[in-house]
Design a protein around this ligand. Structure first.
Ligand code: NAD
Ligand code: TYD
Length: 348
């Protein structure tokens, strides 16, 4: 039986990856390591908690002794590393927290894996999940490819870029078998409502202002989270060692256009008057260092591994909105407590 460690599996993307691996691979023993920060929530994976091939481990990737001990006990065959501080706005407030988890935490895992596997790398794999934000900002045209130079602009993307470099360095220096993916903005269920789409869905439900940064003419490529989980499964099993794959939705939207579409769908679903939600749009102070545009050329993973998104943006957004409308208790639970202080500081 293969023992697989997934880190950050109580977060947004990690919970979808854990669910997929636990259900699809009963022959694997899946260990989900998560510190349960504000972004981690056991409710996100409640449906797998009693499965016999699943174990949850609460712990911090920054704690070197704990990570070494965990590897000594379990002798993992593979690691899918998703644990991270993930929100750009929070990274502007507290860059060091991002260095600790995203850089030191990644190095702790790399060291533990390298030390455990060094005598025989056969059949082992370290998969680092990263972001397209490491490439910096595009102008109005062009796409990020796997060979685009790194040029991170936010403390978040700088920390992810650093972790990516360490992963490659461990591959070159010690021969660690790794794969790395850089993905565009995800959306879908269990997304913490500090990020654009779930924040705005929650605010529309509660008739609160929709804070659009700057002029709203910033562009992101959006991918349905379940399609990201499918891509991660594919790369983990079929990707080539020491390779990077870009993952994207072929789906660019200017923030303001996306927000207007969201408002229209929400008005229809909530039975509100046309334009009711658009009236909530409020232009607010821009994010410092705000990247103008991200867009991914995902042709390598399509050509080499046969992956492409399975749902259109319209389908994915409908599913996402329905999920939030049907899971308002989840929204209420995650927006209580410390989130309230963050929200007040950020937007009021
Ligand atoms: P998230 O913030 O929703 O979840 C992060 C998870 O990591 C949480 O469960 C949290 O409790 C856990 N965690 C944080 N610090 C930890 C620590 N020190 N030790 C152990 N666990 C810790 O993040 P997400 O959006 O699911 O992103 C997952 C990964 O995918 C990240 O590495 C992120 O950089 C990357 N990524 C995200 C996106 C996106 O659009 N969300 C896009 C591309 C790549
Ligand atoms: P976000 O979801 O934070 O993802 P990222 O910064 O990692 O791309 O933001 C997506 C876009 O939406 C980004 O251009 C910033 C913008 N944005 C707003 O305009 N208002 C908001 O309240 C938030 C959270 C984001």
């Amino acid at each position: 039986m293969k023992k697989i460690l997934i880190t950050g599996g109580a977060g947004f993307i990690g919970s979808h990856v854990v669910r997929r691996f636990v259900n699809k691979y009963p022959e694997y023993q899946i260990y989900n390591l998560d510190a349960l920060t504000y972004a981690g929530n056991l409710e996100n994976i409640i449906d797998v908690e009693n499965k016999s091939n699943y174990t949850f481990v609460k712990g911090d990737v920054v704690n070197e002794d704990f990570i070494n001990e965990l590897f000594n006990i379990h002798n993992f065959d593979g690691v899918l590393h998703l644990a991270a501080e993930s929100h750009v706005d929070r990274s502007i407030e507290d860059p060091l927290a991002f260095v600790k988890t995203n850089v030191i935490g990644t190095i702790n895992l790399l060291n533990a894996a390298k030390n455990q596997w060094k005598d025989n790398f056969e059949g082992k794999r370290f998969y680092h999940i990263s972001t397209d934000e490491v490439y910096g900002s595009l102008g109005i045209d062009g796409l990020f490819t796997e060979t685009t130079s790194y040029d991170p602009n936010s403390p978040y993307s700088a920390s992810k870029a650093s972790s990516d470099h360490f992963v490659r360095a461990y591959g070159e220096t010690y021969g660690l078998p790794y794969v790395l993916t850089n993905c565009s903005n995800n959306y879908g269920s269990y997304h913490f409502p500090e990020k654009l789409i779930p924040l705005f869905i929650n605010n529309i439900i509660n008739n609160k202002p929709l804070p659009v940064y700057g002029d709203g003419n910033y562009t992101r490529d959006w991918l349905f989270v379940e399609d990201h989980a499918i891509a991660i499964d594919l790369v983990f099993h079929e990707g080539k060692n020491h390779e990077t794959y870009n993952i994207g939705g072929f789906n660019e939207w200017k923030n303001i256009d996306l927000v207007r579409l969201l408002c229209q769908i929400m008005d229809r679903k909530l039975g509100r008057k046309k334009d009711a939600s658009e009236k909530l749009i409020t232009y607010v102070k821009d994010r410092p260092g705000h990247d103008l545009r991200y867009a991914i050329d995902a042709s390598k993973i399509t050509k080499e591994l046969g992956w492409k998104p399975s749902v259109t943006f319209e389908e994915g957004l409908e599913k996402t909105i329905d999920w939030y409308l049907n899971n308002q208790e989840w929204l209420q639970n995650v927006t209580s407590g410390a989130y309230k202080d963050y929200y007040k500081k950020q937007y009021l």
